[in-house]
Design a protein around this ligand. Sequence first.
Ligand code: PNS
Length: 165
Amino acid sequence: MTRVLYPGSFDPVHNGHVEVIETAARLFDEVVVAILGNPDKAGGMFEFPERVAMMAETCAPHANVVVVHRDRLLVEVAHEFAVDMVLKGLRGAADFDIELQMAGMNRAVGGTTTLFLPASAPLAFISSRFIREIAGAGGDVSMLVPPAVNRRLVAKAGQNARSAP
Ligand code: PNS
């Protein structure tokens, strides 16, 4: 049986992430989607319980996918779930540079093996950062995110509009 860990900050999960999860659910017996903290992205848009709720709803069709949140190192989560490897999506060269470095660090400190999955071209431009920026300003990103995310983005935009001076 093969078990893979798909980690990320997922603030929020978007269709590029969903592509990775759907592929992993086909390729591996079990997929652990782990929502972790990224110290470079502190003070995000969604609290961790909301990120978990959106991810759990999005992954519900896949019986072999579990969603967890952990406040610890990726290598510790990899050991906790005894995964065979870690899976990361790659959108382009910028992702590759940082992901290769993280994979090397995680291999050195935790012995984890990281596998990279390139994004399909139509999804390679999507980023959580720009989802937050566009939706936060009232823009429509419904074509880029799962319904569980879009509902919450629309609700947040409505709250912001109501509280604007
Ligand atoms: O979706 P992201 O923000 O690119 O994911 C990055 C994430 C959360 C996987 C990374 O920041 C991480 O592994 N955080 C847990 C803390 C950790 O193990 N840091 C060492 C990374 S080499």
